[in-house]
Design a protein around this ligand. Structure first.
Ligand code: GUN
Length: 293
């Protein structure tokens, strides 16, 4: 038996098309064009690629993209001043400061300075708190993408056992909150978890976000389970060159799982699509409209 391969690229394209339609309606009916500001500090090559893709897909969805590329030696004060400017701009509905930031800048201080109603990453403690209390919140994009992909496999998430491996504020914790909101039974596993393979084997839906290449093996997966692999790791190929792999050993897991995301082309493409959806939500809320989308 071989798992169904979840097509994250196709799901992301569907979501982007829906967002583009709603953005066009917002412009037609209310004269509002959603605007997303993306701030990149320094020249991390992976971040460069993400930021370029974010800007291109924002424009393709009919939204305004404002990019700010600052040198690595930018001071924390200068970055905070830019965030304050963006908070005050009426044409900027969403603000994203690309992580990681250079070591001399306190990332928490910068994230805390973003207006919560423009926080398209959902990283502000106000949004994290709203999410944790089960209230309406801007939620982080990658976990939102995981829930959408899980819903392509399971008609109902209610009552399913979800194991989230990883407790980061970007993925693990908010993923747990979002699946809890769907009435799942959620376990958060992490580096101190005892007998991690056994915990993983209890999952109907296994979400892995740890940043360790190929860590989760096929025999950690319950037969028929859904596996959502958030990892994106660049590893050396034996014959030279590099390739991208997830946190899950795809080859061994796919013969056990019922459905599994590939890397690349699984969870990854959903992140930017959800970012566009969050930007649309922010623009609608700024105009006094219901969140929709
Ligand atoms: N770096 C890696 N993933 C993300 C993300 O989702 N948002 C931001 N701002 N930076 C990131």
């Amino acid at each position: 038996m071989s798992a169904r391969i979840i097509d994250g690229k196709a799901e992301a394209a569907k979501l982007r098309a829906r967002v583009a339609e709603e953005a066009a309606a917002l412009k037609r009916d209310h004269g509002i064009v959603p605007g997303l500001a993306v701030v990149l500090v320094g020249d991390n090559p992976a971040s460069e690629v993400y930021v370029r893709n974010k800007a291109a897909q924002t424009r393709e969805a009919g939204m305004n993209s404002f990019e700010f590329r600052l040198p690595a030696e930018t001071t924390e004060a200068a970055l905070l001043a830019l965030v304050a400017d963006l908070n005050a701009r009426a044409d900027v509905h969403g603000i994203l400061v690309q992580l990681p930031l250079p070591a001399h800048i306190a990332a928490d201080k910068v994230l805390d300075a973003i207006a919560p109603d423009k926080d398209v990453d959902g990283f502000h403690p106000m949004n994290a708190g709203l999410l944790a209390t089960g209230r309406a919140a801007l939620a982080p994009c990658t976990p939102l993408g995981c829930v959408i992909l899980a819903k392509t496999v399971h008609e109902r998430l209610r009552g399913l056992n979800v194991v989230v491996v990883g407790r980061s504020t970007i993925v693990g914790r908010p993923a747990a909150q979002l699946f809890l909101k769907e009435d799942c039974t959620v376990t958060i596993a992490h580096s101190a978890t005892k007998d991690l393979p056994a915990v993983c084997r209890s999952a109907d839906i296994l979400v892995v976000a740890v940043g360790r290449p190929l860590m989760v093996k096929g025999d950690w997966v319950k037969p028929g389970a859904t596996v959502l692999d958030v990892g994106i790791n660049r590893v050396e190929k034996p014959e030279g060159g590099t390739r991208l792999v997830g946190d899950v050993d795809f080859e061994s897991a796919k013969s056990v799982a019922g459905a599994i995301t590939p890397v690349p082309g699984g969870v990854g493409p959903m992140t930017i699509a959800c970012l566009l959806a969050n930007t649309l939500t922010c623009a609608r809320m700024a105009s006094g409209l219901a969140a929709a989308a």
